[in-house]
Design a protein around this ligand. Structure first.
Ligand SMILES: [Zn+2]
Ligand SMILES: [Zn+2]
Length: 382
């Protein structure tokens, strides 16, 4: 690597310029050590390797794994660090996306590790993922569903399920040994609950090092969830009953969680689950990255707010105004639409817009717009 590394980071294994096969050792301010290991995905992926982190405190703890079918890649990369899977005592998942928990059952079988995840991970993984949400709960969600059916071949989703059927079915019955909540301690680390990108997203704090999962990433702006209304049968199930959907989902929730990271202060160094190393360089950063992500969403809210102007607007019109045509094909279209929905929900919640039962969107006369006040109140600018 051409550029000089900071004193607290050592190269353990040199890998490729896109991040694959790199292993680093990072030392915290008080001398704690964390090994950062790039786990190559089983299939090529835009987000690149998943960074799996290992630290020692009353045994070895691993944070995050990789995509389904990538356990051999993980084992090989762990070898570069002189670690074998069966030495690991604890496994923590930062959230339940398949590029993080894709090989949990096989990893647990090999290692015999205890499994830790956020309490909502345990509750929600037991259901079919597409069967959780009441998609008729709001006019925006109804419109999103209608556009999805109209514009996107439903085979895209079926194929995705078929491809990873073993993963989806196995995770339902995998036993979580310890359900994590905000402020929980595990040997050598503290857990912060930071929902928004996903309901079960946590960060793991080891001294001044913060393992952020997908909550805060360099180079990539993580997708926020849209708001959630659980189907009645899901919301009433004893597993889910104690969870409040409004605390776990939506752009407002995500921005609040970014505020939690900003509040940790400038001594904190972020260790993300993607793009820690990419394009031949390490992406080192602190909590200011969380502020940048908020600013990105603030700009998007501002553009949406001004596009709505004084007339009536639809979800489709706003989405085509906000995104390039090239970003509006196939699965990308659904991602763009749901991103716009997440922003419109926030504008509606703070009272800047109204959405009719037929889905048409109009300005209220709130002046100045309330979303700015909402963002300011989350303490997201350091
Ligand atoms: Zn994710
Ligand atoms: Zn991810």
């Amino acid at each position: 690597m051409s550029s000089k590394l900071p004193e607290n980071i050592r190269v353990i294994n040199e890998g490729e310029s896109d991040g694959r096969n790199w292993v680093f050792k990072i030392t915290s301010m008080s001398g704690r050590e964390v090994i950062a290991i790039a786990v190559s995905p089983a299939n090529s992926s835009r987000t690149g390797p998943t960074w799996s982190y290992v630290f020692e405190s009353e045994g070895l703890t691993t944070v995050d794994l990789g995509t389904p079918d990538s356990l051999n890649n993980l084992a090989k990369s762990y070898e570069y660090a002189g670690i074998s899977i069966n030495e690991i005592d604890r496994l923590i998942i930062t959230h339940g996306h398949s590029d993080h928990d894709g090989t949990v059952p096989e990893f647990l079988a090999q290692s015999g590790a205890r499994f830790y995840a956020h309490e909502s991970y345990s509750a929600l993984k037991t259901f079919d993922q597409w069967d959780i949400q009441d998609r008729g709960a709001t006019p925006l969600q109804i419109e999103l569903g209608r556009l999805g059916r109209e514009k996107i071949d439903s085979d895209v989703y079926k194929d995705r399920y078929e491809l990873h059927k073993d993963y989806y079915e196995a995770r339902k019955t995998t036993v979580v040994d310890t359900n994590l909540v905000d402020g929980a301690s595990i040997p050598g680390a503290t857990i912060l609950s930071t929902p928004g990108h996903s309901p079960d997203q946590i960060c793991v704090k080891i001294d001044n090092l913060l393992l952020t999962g997908d909550h805060v990433l360099p180079e990539i702006t993580p997708h926020p969830t849209s708001k959630m209304v659980f189907k009645e049968k899901i919301g009433n199930s004893p597993l889910v009953k104690s969870l409040r959907a409004e605390d776990l989902y939506g752009l407002g929730t995500y921005i609040k969680s970014l505020g939690i990271v900003v509040a940790l202060g400038s001594e904190v160094q972020l260790l993300p689950a993607h793009r820690f190393f990419n394009k031949g360089k390490l992406n080192l950063g602190g909590v200011e990255r969380a502020s940048d992500i908020v600013l990105h969403h603030q700009n998007r809210l501002e553009r949406l707010h001004s596009h709505i102007g004084n007339g009536k607007c639809s979800l489709t019109e706003l989405t085509t105004r906000l995104f390039d045509r090239s970003k509006l094909l196939g699965g990308n279209l659904m991602a763009a639409l749901s991103e716009v929905v997440a922003h419109l929900e926030l504008l509606e919640d703070v009272g800047d817009i109204e959405i009719s039962s037929g889905g048409s969107i109009t300005h209220t006369d709130s002046e100045p717009p309330q979303y700015l006040e909402f963002i300011k109140n989350q303490g997201v600018y350091s």
